[in-house]
Write a protein that binds this ligand. Structure first.
Ligand SMILES: Nc1ncnc2c1ncn2[C@@H]1O[C@H](COP(=O)(O)OP(=O)(O)OP(=O)(O)O)[C@@H](O)[C@H]1O
Length: 265
């Protein structure tokens, strides 16, 4: 079944500029798609439009059907029921998702209470289990910590636990590792890969680094100035990029890998 069908999506700024211009793609249940493009190409706006949360003043048109529901123009009540369950988002900066004034455990508890109707001791156990599932070494301690008391990597794991607690059909990961150091980035990517694989949820993985995006998805959509310029499998795109912008992305990644290889030697 189709989980997400984006058709002719257009997002305009308040001054009328087209920031997303006629974007179309679809994702089936359990599918993975990488949305790749340079900074400002419209990746985050696409994610926000999918969950019906465009920045204030922007005008969205076209069609986004998420889990059978038309998101564009839907009333807030309908969207609220859809968010979390149909699609949950992990943002680049985990502090976007976390409330600085609430302990991590209390924040993970919210979706568990709502989605699985857990209460009391069962809820407390489920919170610790959810934190352990994202490989937090000391889940009891993390549950009692405030966001500023844990590291960036731990915060992102808590944000992932919150997203997964919603048991979404689709996980949208918007540059989830960009703010992390390289080692933590690799660990969090491997974790996402494992958890998404185990749950069978769909994944829309957004990034600017071809090496990172290709590590978790087999299919790519390349975005430039709000338009899709190329799509295909990672193999096709890496070996025979057809659009000049895609060629630049591939060349850029090759140069970086060569340079890093040089340092390692
Ligand atoms: N709240 C906003 N108000 C006005 N313009 C915005 C807003 N958010 C994004 N834009 C503009 O929309 C365009 C696309 O932005 P978007 O954040 O989707 O890019 P991106 O590809 O996610 O970039 P990055 O990789 O840097 O996060 C950019 O030109 C940006 O300046």
């Amino acid at each position: 079944m189709t989980l997400l069908e984006v058709d002719g999506l257009r997002v305009r700024a308040a001054d009328g500029r087209a920031l997303i211009d006629g974007l179309s793609f679809s994702l089936g249940e359990g599918d993975r798609l990488g949305l790749i493009g340079e900074s400002g190409s419209g990746k985050s706006l696409t994610a926000l439009a999918i969950i019906g949360l465009p920045p204030p003043g922007m005008k969205v048109s076209g069609s986004v059907v998420l889990d059978g529901v038309q998101v564009v123009g839907a009333p807030e009540r309908r969207l609220n029921r859809l968010r979390g369950r149909a699609a949950a988002v992990i943002f680049q900066e985990p502090l976007t998702a976390l409330d600085p004034l609430k302990r991590a455990g209390a924040q993970v508890a919210e979706p568990l209470r709502r989605r699985r109707r857990l209460r009391g001791a069962a809820l407390r156990h489920a919170v610790v289990d959810a934190l352990a599932e994202v490989r937090l070494a000391d889940p009891e301690r993390v549950a009692l910590a405030y966001p500023h008391e844990i590291s960036g990597g731990q915060r992102q794991r808590v944000a992932i636990a919150m997203a997964l607690a919603c048991e979404p059909a689709l996980l949208i990961a918007d540059e989830p590792t960009t703010a992390l150091d390289t080692t933590t980035q690799a660990e969090v990517l491997a974790l996402l890969d494992t958890l998404v694989g185990a749950s069978g949820m769909g994944l829309l993985f957004i990034g600017h680094d071809l090496g990172v995006v290709a590590g978790v998805t087999g299919r790519l959509l390349v975005l430039q100035d709000g338009r899709a310029v190329e799509s295909g499998t990672v193999g096709d795109i890496v070996h025979a990029p057809s659009h000049p912008h895609t060629r630049e992305l591939v060349e850029g990644t090759r140069r970086l890998h060569d340079a890093l290889g040089g340092i390692a030697r």
